[in-house]
Design a protein around this ligand. Structure first.
Ligand code: C2E
Ligand code: MG
Ligand code: MG
Length: 561
């Protein structure tokens, strides 16, 4: 920058010096900054000297100073500089810093927001999806079903009906119980993947919980659309799954309910209907699909009524025990009886246990009912000193009820010797919580009570249970006994079981003996005990008391004696 007051006095007096000064200035200006100019004017305003460009880039800053000679003003020196570079640099600094500031602001603002949004999205996903299979869950499914039904209602054209398919895996519980929960989870994932693979994009698949799935099928003509889909799904899920290095075969049962466009949209009823149809598919032997039919509603109502009535049955004294004699095959003596439950239901006569035991188990009513059976069986048999009694115990009593305490109480109250009480359990007791089951069995045996394995041969791994559990008796299922005369296989199996049992110190009992030939075969095979219609049907206690003192009954026994 050139200072405007530097032109010396003697230079003004001598024009050569003006020129000299001007050259010096010019050199200085060009050396320092070409965006400047120097102008010397005389007193009349005439430019005496101009150094640098007269046309400087905007903005221009000018400073002027009067030149004196001997105290009198002789001219003026004007120094002008363009501030364009300053403007440009400032602008650049401004832009860069603003850019940086904006960048910093937005990254600080959006990053946490992005994390937050990711967390919100994840939470929303978890709230509406099943984390195991990543399928929509029951709540999202409910929304979707509601929306689908509303869409159909709003659509003025004639849209296709909506099919709701409820699916339940067959034998899933066994996989869980036998191979463990991890294998069960893996199976569910593989099932979900297979199902996804066979759906169209309009089909909505969800996992409702456990091994229950559901599909909303839209834009398909019905009932053909859901029939074809069900057939495909059943075929697909029948193929073996690889779990823990082994092939596992399950299956699926499907219940279908159809919503027609003119019907009132009611998702709850639709779900109930497809559930009823599923129930029917299961009851009809699994691996099948069934459409909802109106009569299913009536059956449901009847079942509800049955449940309500059963609830009151104990209090209203409507339960009755029948007793079926058990005969020692070698002596021909009645050595014991099996207590079999009947329900004297008003207006329905004697209801057999097959019609209500499973309902009692599902509803938990089997606990008070089972307590009553134990107490009543012990009370009754205490009156027949020559007999022991076998009581059927359901898995729920074994697991939940305080069975040991109930048994102790029943023995204590009735005075029955523990050795005269036998509890019959099926292998489903041992499928899960096996450690607990074994310790309960041992506690009961510690009281002196015997444990029999009922319906032997109908389960999955009956033989392996014999090795692992200390049964006192094996009851060979009547399906084997029924086949004895005609099937070589049945004969071999029964013989093997009897021998295995005897080598392990277990008494064998054959159920459902109906013919003399069966009784003879069983005796030849070494079976110790039998029961069946050949000897006696289950009878009320009064009839048992009668036959115990009846010589005609001894004649019946002599058929095998
Ligand atoms: P279960 O314990 O295997 O009882 C034997 C069933 O076979 C009885 O049916 C009996 O009447 C029937 N039976 C006996 N001999 C013959 C025969 O020669 N031929 C044929 N065809 N059947 C014969 P019931 O009384 O209908 O009982 C059915 C099942 O209900 C029982 O099978 C048992 O599992 C269950 N049950 C019965 N009473 C009770 C109970 O008090 N508690 C529990 N938890 N279950 C019970
Ligand atoms: Mg039994
Ligand atoms: Mg049985």
């Amino acid at each position: 920058m050139i200072n405007s007051g530097r032109v010396s006095r003697h230079a003004v007096r001598n024009p050569e010096m003006w020129i000299y000064e001007a050259h010096r200035l010019e050199e200085m200006i060009s050396a320092s900054n070409e965006a400047q100019s120097q102008t010397i004017l005389d007193m009349s305003g005439t430019v005496v000297l101009q150094v640098g460009s007269a046309d400087l880039a905007w903005p221009v800053r000018t400073v002027s100073s009067t030149i004196h000679d001997s105290g009198a003003p002789v001219g003026e020196l004007r120094v002008s500089a363009s501030l364009a570079w300053l403007l440009r640099d400032s602008l650049l600094v401004f832009l860069v810093s603003t850019g940086l500031a904006v960048g910093t602001f937005f990254s600080l603002r959006t990053l946490p927001l992005r994390f937050l949004m990711a967390a919100v999205n994840r939470a929303m996903f978890l709230a509406s999806h099943d984390p195991l299979t990543t399928l929509p869950n029951r709540s999202l499914f409910g929304d979707w079903l509601q929306r689908s039904l509303s869409d159909v209602e709003a659509d003025r054209r004639d849209p296709d009906p909506i099919a709701l398919l409820c699916l339940d895996l067959d034998h899933f519980k066994e996989v869980n119980d036998i191979l463990g929960h991890e294998a069960g989870d893996e199976l569910l994932k593989q099932v979900a993947d297979r199902m996804k693979g066979c759906l169209r994009k309009e089909d909505f698949l969800a996992r409702l919980g456990g091994d229950e799935f559901a599909i909303v099928q839209r834009n398909a003509s019905q009932p053909d659309g859901s029939t074809h889909l069900s057939e495909r799904l059943i075929g697909l899920l029948e193929e073996p799954f690889e779990l823990c290095g082994t092939d596992v075969t399950i299956g699926v049962s499907i219940g279908i309910a159809i919503h027609h466009p003119h019907q009132v949209p009611d998702p709850q009823s639709l779900l109930r209907h497809s559930d009823l149809a599923l129930y029917r598919a299961k009851a009809d032997g699994r691996g099948q699909f069934r459409f909802f039919e109106k009569e299913m509603n009536d059956k449901l109502a009847a079942r509800k009524q049955l449940q309500n009535d059963l609830r009151d049955a104990v209090e209203r004294d409507q339960l009755v025990l029948f007793f079926q004699p058990q005969i020692d095959l070698t002596s021909g003596e009645v050595t014991g009886v099996e207590a079999l439950l009947r329900w004297n239901r008003p207006g329905n006569g004697m209801v057999m246990p097959d019609s209500f035991i499973s309902l009692a188990e599902e509803t938990g009513l089997i606990l008070p009912i089972g307590d009553w059976v134990l107490m009543e069986a012990c009370r009754q048999v205490a009156e027949w000193p020559e007999l022991s009694v076998a009581v059927n115990v359901s898995p729920l009593q074994f697991r939940q009820g305080n069975l040991t305490k109930t048994v102790e109480e029943a023995l204590h109250r009735t005075g029955l010797e523990p050795s005269r009480l036998e509890l019959e359990i099926t292998e489903s007791v041992l499928l899960s919580h096996t450690e607990e089951a074994v310790s309960t069995m041992k506690r009961l045996q510690g009281l002196g009570v015997r444990i029999a394995m009922d319906d032997f041969g109908t389960g999955y791994s009956s033989l392996s249970y014999l090795r692992r559990f200390p049964f006192d008796k094996i009851k060979i299922d009547r399906s084997f006994v029924a086949d004895l005369e005609n099937s070589e296989d049945a004969r071999s199996i029964v013989e093997a079981v009897i021998q295995l049992g005897s080598s392990m110190g277990m008494v064998s009992n054959a159920e459902g003996v109906e013919t003399v030939e069966q009784a003879d075969l069983l005796r030849d095979q070494g079976c110790q005990e039998v029961q069946g219609y050949l000897f006696s049907r289950p009878l009320p206690s009064a009839s048992i008391a009668e036959i115990l003192s009846d010589s005609a009954w001894r004649d019946v026994k002599s058929q095998v004696g």
